[in-house]
Design a protein around this ligand. Structure first.
Ligand SMILES: C[S@@+](CC[C@H](N)C(=O)[O-])C[C@H]1O[C@@H](n2cnc3c(N)ncnc32)[C@H](O)[C@@H]1O
Length: 197
């Protein structure tokens, strides 16, 4: 019996590792969880930018669900949607969020998603992926949508504010597509962040 259990455990570990590697090769991004301090910085930037209570937030590449859980708890009246294509992190995130009524997880390649109703979008990806990701908000997001990126930034975009903790990359806030094109209320709230950061 214990031999079968050991074999089953080994098989599970091998299949899990293989699955993570295959999907990392597909997306170009490892499924490393966001840290709690990164999640706290994302939340602080969204709060400072005046994200409304009943916002729709999309986490592109929601991985193991750390950021989705933190966002759902920080903004209990918001709808938090995580999009993830790697099966193992997706399943773990489903278990972690089963009791969070304001979270929905979508098993999908986010480049094929259209989060056009988003008030805010978050992501924790890699340099090469960010080039492609920049096209997604250009094609789908409404003007003024808040976008927060952990560590890897969008090239050629105006950063509204950043938060930097020791020993890791900064978290950056954008307002899509640029600061100049948005409503006066949002521009003034973001400008006040700039003046205090
Ligand atoms: C660094 S992890 C994000 C971790 C996550 N924020 C957390 O809290 O656990 C990046 C994730 O993005 C996912 N990803 C990358 N490209 C994707 C795509 N095109 N569609 C869906 N998920 C993608 C990867 O599978 C990976 O799990």
């Amino acid at each position: 019996m214990s031999t079968w259990l050991s074999l089953f455990a080994i098989l599970f570990v091998v299949i899990s590792a293989a699955s993570l590697l295959v999907f990392q090769a597909y997306t170009g991004v490892p499924s490393l969880p966001s840290s709690t301090s990164e999640a706290a910085d994302v939340i602080a930037l969204l709060r400072q930018a005046g994200l409304k209570d009943r916002a729709k937030i999309y986490d592109l590449g929601s991985g193991w669900g750390t950021l989705v859980v933190a966002l759902a708890r920080a903004f209990p009246a918001a709808e938090v949607h995580g999009i993830e294509v790697s099966p193992l992190p997706y399943l773990v995130a489903r278990v972690r969020t089963w009791n969070l009524a304001n979270v929905s997880l979508i098993y999908k390649d986010f480049t094929k998603a259209a989060p056009g109703d988003a008030d805010a979008v978050t992501c924790d990806l890699m340099t090469d992926t960010m080039r492609g990701v920049g096209r997604l908000p250009d094609a789908t997001l409404a003007t003024g949508t808040l976008v927060v990126s952990i560590t890897f930034w969008f090239r050629g975009r105006t950063v509204c504010a950043t938060r930097q903790a020791p020993m890791r990359g900064a978290v950056a806030l954008y307002q899509w597509p640029t600061l100049a094109a948005v409503s006066p209320e949002i521009t003034s709230s973001v400008a006040s962040i700039l003046s205090t950061s």
